[in-house]
Design a protein around this ligand. Sequence first.
Ligand code: ADP
Ligand code: GLC
Length: 466
Amino acid sequence: MTIIHLSAECYPVAKVGGLADVVGALPKYQNDLGNTASVIMPFYNNKFTQSHTFSSVFNAELNLAGKKIPFEVLTLVENTLGFAIFFIHIEPLLYKDYVYSNTDTERFLAFQIAALDWLKSQDNKPDIIHCHDHHTGLIPFMLQESFEYKSLNNIPVVFTIHNAQYQGWFSHDLVHLIPKFNFDHVGLIDWNHQINPLAAAIKCAWQVTTVSPSYMEELKEKANGLEWLLAHEHEKCVGILNGIDTAVWNPETDEFIIKNYNSTSVSAGKKANKKWLCDTFDLDDKKPLFVFIGRLVGEKGADLFPEIFSEVLKNNAISILLLGSGETETEQALKDLSADYKNYNHFIGYDEKLSHILYAGADFLIMPSRVEPCGLNQLYALRYGTVAIVNNIGGLKDTITDLSNDGFGIIIPSATIEATVTGILRAKTFYTKKEAFKTTQKHIMAINHSWLQSAKTYQELYKNIS
Ligand code: ADP
Ligand code: GLC
């Protein structure tokens, strides 16, 4: 099968969160299954694009509300990603040193139009178009309704919701940005009197997936206003758990970490990584090390950290190291905390290498998310022998079981200060049971969350609609 993924992010080209990891891995595994999977994404001005060479495969002008904007399709000259990748280069709109901004309506509409213009120009059409998140959410609608893309409207289109909190809403005043369609059908892009790309995708895609079975269930009750729509469309909706790229996330070969290890050498391996972290961030490596890695936003429960950390750090028995960026107020509160507790430190920003060392060197990963469609952090933690403390929701619920149920993690019943503090204290006690702790580390490292199984499930889904 020929599969085209469309996404705003793809690891290692441009990454803001887990979407990049998924789009940078799934096509690779789909190719291993004998498909020809590729990715189309915007061409940003970042480290990756500055340090690689690209060649041009297509040049044209796109029409954005009557304005003609030149664009180019580029591809990587030396590609070691494991899948073909194509970039939509629209200099004034997409070639920026960021992925997302507050002018995204125009930017990502131009991206979607250019991608479809290019696909339309080709003799060989893909068997499946697979769109990810609301930045590509108008593609299913445009394929079905825009006069311009009639020649593409029999291509099955799958849409994956990575996070239903973000829907890409914009005003009907901007409807002219969308290529011409039968206006009687404008209801397909509307939700609550706004143009809603996520809602449009749910209505128009042939199949809708999300990234864990539990999140699919939760969406029927809590989907930032789209509950009814998702319940109504439930027959074409399915939750497929994300996998991880076991070639990138492998403590035995990971080039980012300080010392490589496998399940036999886990104690020594983790010890060396922990020592490096504690030396670098001035923490005590004799104490259990708890880490958080992620976006500092309400969904991740990050606003609760200042109080949680103050509570658990006060008797000086654990170390905490946080890596993340996000809401200014939370960032500031988490910076301020360093002055009060010598066993706490932070790195506010984005650092891929440091994140790998944290998974490798930590004893525990804290994830009191309020919303977690899948969550990749806990899956990486498992692979690196780090015990996860997670709220019982979404993908966290589908991947972590509690120690008390013969499991290997610590489940907290809700994303509250009290529950998270209790979870951390349970972890601290578990850390003192050296043998049980070591057995759990070895056990979790052997859990298989490779993409292979999920790639096969997507394959079945594609077959059913093609
Ligand atoms: P989300 O996509 O909601 O942010 P996921 O758990 O799916 O959450 O994926 C987050 C990904 O981003 C993981 O690969 C994680 O390691 C990475 N990540 C998040 N924040 C940072 C950061 N500040 N520095 C480095 N990596 C980060
Ligand atoms: C989103 C979700 C996260 C998920 C990721 C990849 O960013 O918030 O839970 O793991 O997408 O699907």
